[in-house]
Design a protein around this ligand. Sequence first.
Ligand SMILES: C[S@@+](CC[C@H](N)C(=O)[O-])C[C@H]1O[C@@H](n2cnc3c(N)ncnc32)[C@H](O)[C@@H]1O
Length: 320
Amino acid sequence: MSSEPASPSFVPAEYEWLLLRFEADRQSRAPGLLAMAQEHTARRAPVRILDLGAGSGSNLLYLAPRLPASTQEWTLIDRDAALVRRVETSFAAMAPVVSGMELGAGELRERDRAVRYRLEIGDFLRGDGGVFEQAWDLVVANAVFDLLSAEQVARFFDLAVESWQRDRPAMYFTINLDHEFAIEPGAAHDDAVRALFHGHMQRQQGFGRGLGPDSAQAMARIAGQRGLRVHGAPSPWRIGADQPAMLHANLDFVDHAVHEMLAQPDLAQDRARAGSLSVEELDGWLGERRAQIDRGELTLSVGHQDLWITWPEPPGPAAS
Ligand SMILES: C[S@@+](CC[C@H](N)C(=O)[O-])C[C@H]1O[C@@H](n2cnc3c(N)ncnc32)[C@H](O)[C@@H]1O
């Protein structure tokens, strides 16, 4: 989406960041798991889809034109009311460009395809929007579960198994962060910066420790313990030197997170877990990395995993 030069001080607002990452996510999703989602929805119409942590609607914009069902009924839930209120703006701006669909009232249309959507503001872990009371064919979430703690993921799968066992929706959870954060060319302090960046995601917060780069492994384990079947496949971002806005945005996140790790007294315990680096070393590292982006010399790989989660076969009739 972006091959325009970006200023080194480019700091995307949450909404702008979600639009920016749309293109990186689009290029990264594992094709084999997308094929499973297409196969799963092929003979269903209408197909009922729940999008958890939907943000400004990127998952729908990506998936709706790629799923074969001609009638799709989407429910989008996010706890960030400001993002949910911008869904229509995002659809109006992006749908024709990225999906060939046109915006109608509560609906996107493309020739013989009708995609109706409903917006919910709320916390899906609390069951807001009746997410655990309704029937779904497919439950999706893009770039959401790495923000949660292991306890929250366990709670989610407990509720899912308890509530959805009759309709048994497949779950397609994409772009979950893993440990790769590889900058080319390599430089001194890369390992320390990466460890502190990941340590910031996993710092102690009100809800526990975010899973961050351990998310896909933890999700697979937790879902598997509840009898669900999990397929995983890598979906890394490969951000080229021709995408300076995306590169600068990633550096801005590193800048903010690692400075906070180094400065906040209450993060001393997390800092000790993650490794040592001085503020001067961090500033020198950031300055050189930003200069390399501006010279078109830097590329970045950020690892992720996509997961396709299904239910065990129901027991067959008892042999007599
Ligand atoms: C990185 S954004 C991804 C947004 C969108 N799925 C996309 O691909 O652009 C993560 C989103 O998850 C939402 N989120 C995280 N935990 C949530 C929860 N428990 N209930 C509802 N939304 C949640 C956040 O508000 C945020 O909008």
